[in-house]
Design a protein around this ligand. Structure first.
Ligand code: PCA
Length: 325
């Protein structure tokens, strides 16, 4: 009897420790607020993986840059400090111009075109990330980018000397070319930056202005539809290699679902958040023809600069995208 009890206890312990080894908890840092549609999509992706893997892999999301601020998320995953996370793709444009393919002004200005551009860019970007110990899982576009100002602006000349919040190289360059003064600030910090006068303008989506309640400081949003930058979800490649084939299939399926659902949410959020900015008291209108014309000229300069920096690979992506028109 004693032997049987010992045996049963030992078996139970073995079972517990085996599942303890199998079950993994993945912390997933996100840079944007919990209510933002990217974060909502990531939370559903996390739930899908946790349920689909039968709890083998439990993903816990950490929004608002609470675990790592946006600018540190990629490095944290590359170096294995966390297994998975989300980042603005064009945030890495300073490492390699290819990462900025989605922030070329007036190249892809609608959700349909942003999808096509992503189709053309996905493979080369996956390869680039793979060289950096990262596996791409899915990507979702932000709504179209427009210009926010404290005061009314009708042409580029009115922008001279305004302090401008940028979020990547392209937005800093846009500020320079319009005579504004760029300062790079993560979305999580912008409400304070506008409230304290560190910045008086930015280019972003209605979504980010709405999430950060910028109507408390800014008064104008001009719809420009200049580009649709993307967030993407990446996993550390060594962690990924250690995942069973069955669980890889689950994660890949959850990622496909998330890309579809996130894109749908992004579209829905576009109108909803512009209405929200209006309700907050902002003037929301299409940018004047003069302003759009001037910005398009600046866009041509930036396109040429990007193609120069991104070389043959960049040209191949743009050509493939244009071939889908
Ligand atoms: N919101 C993010 C990036 C693009 C967007 O629409 C931001 O402003 O940081």
């Amino acid at each position: 009897m004693k032997t049987l009890t010992t045996l049963l206890t030992a078996t139970a312990l073995t079972a517990v420790s085996a599942s303890a080894v199998l079950a993994e908890k993945w912390d997933m840092p996100l840079a944007y607020s919990a209510s933002n549609f990217h974060s909502v999509t990531a939370a559903e992706f996390a739930k899908c993986v946790t349920t689909g893997t039968g709890g083998d892999i439990e993903i816990a999301t950490h929004p608002s840059g609470s675990l790592f601020p946006g600018a540190q998320i990629k490095r944290a995953i590359q170096t294995g400090q966390v297994p998975i996370g989300e980042r603005l793709l064009s945030g890495h444009q300073n490492e390699n111009a290819l990462f900025g393919v989605d922030s070329i002004p007036f190249l892809a200005t609608s959700f349909d075109d942003a999808d096509k551009l992503w189709e053309a860019a996905k493979e080369p970007l996956s390869e680039l990330l793979a060289e950096q110990n990262l596996t791409l899982l899915y990507s979702v576009p932000w709504p179209p980018q427009g210009l926010y100002f404290r005061d009314e602006v009708t042409s580029v000349a009115d922008m001279e000397g305004i302090k401008f919040r940028s979020y990547n190289n392209a937005t800093s360059r846009l500020a320079e070319l319009t005579g504004m003064l760029p300062v790079t600030i993560e979305a999580a910090e912008i409400s304070q930056a506008f409230a304290t006068g560190v910045a008086d303008s930015m280019v972003s989506s209605g979504a980010t202005g709405y999430d950060r309640k910028v109507w408390e400081s800014l008064n104008y949003f001009y719809e420009v539809d200049a580009w649709l930058p993307r967030n993407y979800i990446m996993v550390n490649s060594e962690v990924w290699d250690g995942v069973s084939d069955a669980n890889k299939n689950v994660i890949t399926a959850c990622a496909e679902l998330a890309e579809y659902a996130g894109t749908w949410r992004s579209k829905e959020y576009t109108g909803f958040t512009l209405a929200g900015l209006r309700a907050g008291g902002m003037t929301v209108e299409k940018a004047s023809e003069t302003m759009v014309g001037e910005l398009k000229e600046i866009g041509e300069t930036m396109t040429a600069e990007w193609l120069e920096a991104a070389g043959e690979q960049g040209q191949a992506i743009v050509d493939a995208f244009k071939g889908m028109q």
